[in-house]
Design a protein around this ligand. Structure first.
Ligand code: GLA
Length: 701
């Protein structure tokens, strides 16, 4: 019997047909009106030399129904019952716009549940599970969530990266075959795509349709766009399971991580808008608790060289310019005088801190700042008390010791002894000291990660989620930053357990432009650490002006990573005014719509934030390199109300950008222009020198 489910919310429709006794998504995109006869429009023709019944591509993709692409479920019982045919047995609608399809394969003795929830932001949440109804064990190989794409998708957009260069956008045309992005680092990794998108030809920041999927998971992952020779295209995402990682005994279920699926009719900015709205609506979202404090992280100021006097002077200077949180990084514990030793021993090093951390924490707190501390609890150095006592607690296979990576190994956190050790030591530190915040690092990738011989990436991820949740439960108000050599563990799974991500170890303001721009397509900017570093970037050796560095660091959860004791009086005055400006603007910056303007000159960028009522916009025009043109292209300010008039002017809370021109444009000190003109025509640009940026404010009059 024909039965159609139509989820409809925030301008999005998802239509699922169950006529063939299996949930088959026939539409996902802009909201549809009447769908009664939609199915009639979508019944396939039967070409020559093909199955007599059409292949269904989403959601349960089964060889048994003639589907020849990648199936949703892969797995077997010792090589048997590897092929499945699930019949829909039950449909539950627990809430508006939520439907759960329960299907059973009686022969294979398996049940699968597919839950689709379209939230009030138009974001689709896909959850799947499989239950073993048989007596023998079922070895699960993959459980992937797929959605069909319309035939007019043309391009794939996703992100690749490495340490120091995370989330670089790549675009390629969709062809017949599979484009698969896999992450096998055991953490999400610097190369994690964060979202994979398929879109209409040339979909840009502002324009075009895009369909994207992001796996809410911090371990191995897979994102796929598939076009089969029958001419149908789909997008999928799922956890990448290692051999034997999930073996279901009788009655056991496996729940795959949620897949977040988003459609935008307005390019990448539309993708961000839906995802940011969805994430910001969480009660635990940090800005729903309090504004994001200005943070000083001391890593690049002192590295492993901890001295009370130096750090105390740093805290004093930080307090003078208005910093609100002081974070002591690596080097305070065990034998951690460099990166060869100490990981695993989360006990204050007496040789460096003879009176414990009390003197520095008291100092920081007496200045009115919060204190934060660095951990890397999933890691262990061979040169540590922990490793000497429990060499078997590292993730390893057979009796081999995995290759070292930054001189370290990964602790098997699913081992109760290891978990209790880490929780116990971190908890003890948090009990002894007033610590508001921890920066939690993860610098080594996982290799041949086994827990008593069984592949254990999944357990490891579950264990870290459990650990973070337990620490937060024991220490209400504690904030956690997820760091993994910079942005190696940023994903929609971790986002529910932490409060901030360290965006990249590359603090060069030029490199940060694209890293931040692309990471913030998914992650709201207030969750991304953005710090002003010293003039000469440690990561690249490039030198940038105070203005360029501070405008670049303004947009996220802002802070500094710089030896302020070496800053000149003039620099401190400058930083103070920047900090004041950030404090004044942070509520606006962390709640408005993130806007990136399409550019045809690749040497320049324009981006900004516009308030939801469109009464105000703050934009940054950035010159990355010398323009190809002597008269630069106009700066368009988009997403303002076309029918309102705005007072537009340049503002310089972070100093003046360096220019190379005889005569500046005329609007800098303030003009009145319609939102339409600002978005469609834009403003003449000053001739900025390369690696410069300026701020432009538009206020509705
Ligand atoms: C990683 C982090 C840095 C810093 C160091 C400390 O590289 O990304 O920010 O904390 O570890 O060892």
């Amino acid at each position: 019997m024909e039965k159609i489910y139509h989820l409809k919310s925030a301008g999005i429709s998802v239509v699922i047909d169950t006529t063939a006794n299996t949930p088959n998504v026939i539409y996902w995109g802009e909201e549809l009106g009447e769908v009664a006869d939609l199915l009639q429009t979508q019944l396939e023709t039967t070409p020559h030399c093909d199955f007599d019944e059409p292949q269904l591509i989403g959601s349960w993709r089964e060889n048994s129904r003639g589907f020849l692409g990648e199936p949703s479920l892969r797995g077997s019982r010792f090589g048997r019952e590897w092929s499945h045919k699930f019949e829909l047995t039950r449909t539950v609608e627990p809430a508006v716009n939520q439907v759960v399809f329960v299907s059973v394969d009686a022969a294979a003795e398996l049940e699968v549940d597919l839950s689709l929830t379209l939230d009030e932001h138009g974001v689709l949440h896909i959850k799947q599970s499989v239950t073993n109804l048989g007596l023998t064990e079922f070895n699960l190989e993959a459980l992937t969530s797929f959605m069909p794409l319309p035939d007019h998708v043309a391009d794939i957009i996703d992100f690749h990266g490495r340490w120091m260069k995370e989330r670089q956008l790549q675009r390629l045309p969709i062809r017949v075959g599979n484009w698969v992005r896999e992450g096998r680092e055991g953490r999400t990794g610097h190369d994690y795509t964060l979202i994979q998108l398929a879109g209409t030809a040339g979909a840009s920041y502002e324009k075009g349709e895009l369909w994207g999927m992001s796996l809410a998971w911090s371990g191995n992952n897979r994102h796929i766009v598939e076009r089969t020779p029958i001419g149908r295209t789909s997008i999928g995402a799922g956890e990448l399971l290692l051999p034997g990682e999930v073996v279901l005994q009788q009655g056991e279920s496996h729940h795959s991580p949620e897949v977040v699926a988003v459609y935008s009719a307005n390019g990448l900015n539309g993708v961000s808008e839906r995802l940011h709205n969805m994430l910001r609506a969480r009660s635990t979202h940090p800005t729903n608790v309090r504004p994001r404090p200005v943070t000083l992280n001391v890593w690049e100021a002192v590295y492993f060289d901890h001295h009370f006097e130096k750090l105390s002077a740093l805290a004093e200077t930080a307090a003078k310019i208005g910093v609100e949180r002081f974070v002591l990084d690596d080097g305070w514990f065990g034998a951690r005088r460099d990166d060869h030793a100490g990981l695993g021993d989360w006990v204050v090093a007496k040789d460096v801190w003879p009176e414990g951390l009390h003197p520095i924490i008291d100092k920081v707190r007496s200045l009115g700042l919060e204190f934060g501390l660095w951990f890397e609890g999933e890691m262990v150095n061979a040169n540590s008390g922990l490793y000497r006592a429990h060499p078997d607690w590292i993730l390893h296979s057979a009796e081999r010791t995995p290759p070292t990576f930054r001189n370290q190994q990964v602790l098997d956190l699913a081992h109760p002894g290891a978990f209790d050790h880490v929780f116990g030591q971190v908890d003890a530190i948090l009990n002894e000291y007033e610590i508001a915040y921890i920066k939690w690092d993860h610098n080594r990738v996982l290799t041949e990660a086994s827990h008593f011989g069984q592949a254990a990436v999944r357990r490891q991820v579950q264990a870290i989620y459990r650990l973070f949740d337990a620490l937060k439960a024991a220490h209400p108000g504690l904030e956690i930053e997820s760091c993994a050599s910079g942005g190696g563990r940023i994903d929609l799974g971790m986002i529910d357990h932490v409060d901030r991500f360290w965006t990249s170890d590359n603090n060069d303001a030029l490199e940060r432009q694209m890293i931040f721009r692309n990471t913030s397509i998914v992650i709201p900017p207030e969750l991304l650490g953005t710090h002003i570093g010293p003039r000469k970037a440690h990561s690249s050796g490039r030198t940038h002006t105070d203005t360029f560095r501070s405008i670049t660091a303004l947009w996220g959860h802002a802070g500094l990573e710089w030896d302020l004791t070496e800053a000149s009086e003039e620099e401190l005055v400058f930083l103070k005014s920047w900090v004041d400006f950030y404090k004044q603007e942070r509520n606006f910056l962390h709640s408005g719509k993130t806007v990136r303007v399409d550019q045809s000159d690749e040497t320049a960028l324009v981006h900004g934030v516009v308030s939801h009522d469109r009464s105000r916009g703050l934009f940054s025009a950035v010159q990355l390199k010398t323009s190809d043109y002597s008269r630069p292209f106009n700066i368009r300010l988009t997403d303002l109300d076309p029918y309102s008039t705005y007072l537009v002017r340049m503002i310089e809370p972070a100093g003046a950008a360096a220019v190379m021109q005889l005569k500046p444009p005329h609007w800098l000190s303030g003009v009145r222009v319609s939102g339409r003109a600002l978005g469609s025509l834009g403003l003449r640009s000053p001739v900025l020198r390369p690696e410069q940026s300026m701020l432009i404010e538009a206020v509705r009059v």
